[in-house]
Write a protein that binds this ligand. Structure first.
Ligand SMILES: [Zn+2]
Ligand SMILES: [Zn+2]
Length: 224
């Protein structure tokens, strides 16, 4: 195996909890040097609502979501969106290096402990056609994903918008799952690669509610 980012050979090493776990062992995808450029969020000091560094009281964005009557999603993310992560995501989503989906396989597999029904926030058709792959389905492929949500094409991708226009983006998700089927799931976890303003996650949650889902909804992303 070689490091997915720099290409140098990898030596596999597993921790005791990983060896004792019943799940298949996941080899590392990044070398120590590349791994050290990515910064994990300190989970002891985060906004209780969205998982952003610097809590524990709700951050200004989350106070606004609460005022707008949007539900609290108990969002958590693993990594900060630092320069190295921005480069990696540009290579993955922008240039289309699909192999990079393996970089986070260990992190993503740990989400299985949440024991939720995992609902990914899928790409809009235009983006899927252009890239030839769905970056979110790629990253979270080791989880049992339920594609309950569909996204319609939007005029401008979120990445090309400023903060205000992100917040004003109209709803583009619709739920394609029946209420009877959804009722079997006590807890849903929405999944996306990146949490920026929370607009996308709150739209996704609202689409599930509109379709009649009454259970608990939480959310997770790789990056915040
Ligand atoms: Zn490397
Ligand atoms: Zn927050």
């Amino acid at each position: 195996m070689r490091c997915q980012l720099c290409g140098q050979p990898l030596r596999s090493s597993w921790s005791l909890p990983e060896l004792l776990n019943l799940r298949p062992l996941q080899p590392a995808a990044l070398c120590q040097q590349c791994n050290a450029t990515l910064q994990k969020i300190d989970q002891t000091n985060i906004c209780a609502d969205c998982g952003r560094s610097g809590g524990p009281s709700p951050c200004r964005d989350c106070q606004r979501w609460r005022k707008m009557g949007e539900e609290v999603l108990n969002h958590r993310a693993i990594y900060e969106y630092n320069a190295a992560m921005k480069d990696l995501i540009e290579r993955y989503k922008g240039i289309g290096d699909y192999n990079l989906r393996h970089c986070f396989i260990k992190d993503v597999t740990s989400f299985a402990d949440l024991h939720c029904t995992f609902v990914p926030l899928c790409s809009e058709p235009k983006h899927l056609q252009r890239r030839g792959f769905d970056p979110v389905l790629g990253i979270f492929a080791t989880l049992d994903l339920q594609q309950w949500l569909q996204k319609a094409d939007t005029a401008l991708p979120q990445a090309k918008k400023n903060r205000l226009s992100r917040m004003l983006t109209p709803q583009s998700f619709s739920c394609v799952c029946s209420p009877v089927h959804m009722a079997k799931a006590q807890r849903v976890c929405l999944l996306d690669d990146l949490y920026t303003t929370g607009r996308t996650f709150h739209h996704a949650a609202a689409a599930l509610r509109k379709a009649g889902y009454q259970g608990e909804i939480i959310s997770r992303s790789l990056i915040r």
